[in-house]
Design a protein around this ligand. Structure first.
Ligand code: 1CP
Length: 343
């Protein structure tokens, strides 16, 4: 009797690139690959609120698998949201369609500090990750969480913000309260990532989407120690660390403890590699708006990114930020096929 060896994500092109090992082809996945760009996502989500869908393991499993089936990407990203752990510890918030996370009572004093998170607060995450890992077989699952600064921004502003003015006012004006807040958010983020890893996630991405609002010196003082504590707690899997507009922070974000540094579209990957330094892989960085250009332009830009990515010890292809809802999924498939065909 012959037995088929169990499919192992550890051998996947994605995890090999994260570990800076030789790859059969450059691996590719997309931030926000599960979401409104896919008609099957819109159909499934119809009538279910975003946060409710995140708490239903059957929906999370199906939505996470949809882009893997349709696009042939090299990794799945767990369908959830960065504010789910805050909701789980009792913060009164909602995800408003067309807006994003909205917090009922913005953070102002130590009395507003959220409590810590335990695995018992999120049984639906353990259940969904376990189910997904079984379904995915050899395809790795990326777990994720919001980094302390970006979570703090939603808590302090009360919702999405352009300039993060209230967040920075707290950071510069009440440094002790700021530190207490980021410390607690680091606890919550670390616990949320551990739940996903302990249930079988093969890698994690820590999203510090809005930290590009800070100059490097202030990043190092007010943010990096907290992000570093989170990343140190998940060193048993590859750690991707990403933010938007972080060209000036790439080196310090790598030093926070990233194995893979996510780069947005503003800095070419070869220049990003120079800023980051040796011993890390990079992820990125096609401009997400390029999907609206003619297909030959898309394919040519994909090849430019692959060429620039050759400067890295490991390259995971991605967009420079999330898939825009208006994106044609067929163009995403074209990108995947072009990346896999190589130069
Ligand atoms: O009803 C809907 O479809 C709402 C849109 C939506 C979706 C599909 C939101 C609201 N969140 C999500 C899922 C989500 N959020 C994923 C899914 C997995 C995948 O990538 O396929 C992920 C990774 C996130 C993470 C997330 N949420 C981030 C970090 C990534 C990034 O884009 O920088 C951030 C900043 C959020 C907050 C958030 N949640 C939702 C929105 C619209 C926003 C951004 C709001 C803002 O502009 O501040």
């Amino acid at each position: 009797m012959t037995t088929t060896p169990a499919a192992d994500p550890a051998d996947s092109a994605f995890l090999r690139a994260c570990r800076r090992e030789p790859v059969p082809h450059t691996p590719v996945w997309f931030m926000r690959q599960a979401g409104r760009a896919l008609p099957e996502y819109r159909a499934l989500r119809e009538g279910t609120a975003m946060l409710d869908s995140c708490m239903r393991p059957d929906m999370v499993t199906e939505i996470t698998l949809q882009p893997v089936r349709r696009l042939g990407v090299d990794a799945a990203i767990f369908f959830s949201d960065i504010v789910v752990p805050l909701k789980a510890v009792g913060v009164d918030l909602d995800i408003v369609p067309g807006v994003g996370p909205v917090v009922a009572q913005p953070f102002r004093t130590a009395a507003d500090l959220p409590r810590a998170l335990t695995p018992d607060d999120v049984p639906y995450i353990t259940e969904a990750v376990s189910a997904l890992v079984g379904e995915l077989g050899a395809t790795p699952l990326i777990g994720f969480a919001g980094a302390p600064f970006t979570l703090a921004s939603y808590l302090v502003e009360g919702g999405p913000s352009k300039n993060h003015a209230k967040t920075k006012a707290l950071m510069y004006g009440e440094p002790q309260l700021w530190s207490a807040l980021l410390d607690r958010l680091a606890d919550i983020t670390l616990a949320f990532l551990r739940v996903q890893i302990d249930a079988g996630a093969s890698a994690v991405q820590l999203f510090d989407s809005w930290v590009g609002a800070l100059p490097a010196a202030d990043y190092r003082t007010f943010v990096q120690p907290h992000s570093a504590r989170v990343l140190a707690g998940v060193s048993d899997v590859p750690r991707i660390h990403f933010g938007v507009g972080t060209g000036e922070l790439l080196h310090d974000m790598a030093e926070a403890g990233a194995d893979v540094v996510g780069v947005d579209w503003r800095v070419p990957l070869d220049e990003a590699v120079r800023r980051i330094g040796p011993g890390r892989a990079v992820q990125g960085n096609l401009d997400p708006t390029l999907v609206f250009a003619p297909r030959e332009v898309v394919a040519s830009k994909v090849r430019d990114v692959l060429e620039e990515g050759k400067a890295a010890e490991g390259h995971v292809f991605n967009l420079g930020h999330g898939v825009l809802p208006e994106t044609d999924p067929d163009v995403l498939k074209l990108i995947v096929d072009t990346v896999h065909a190589g130069l």
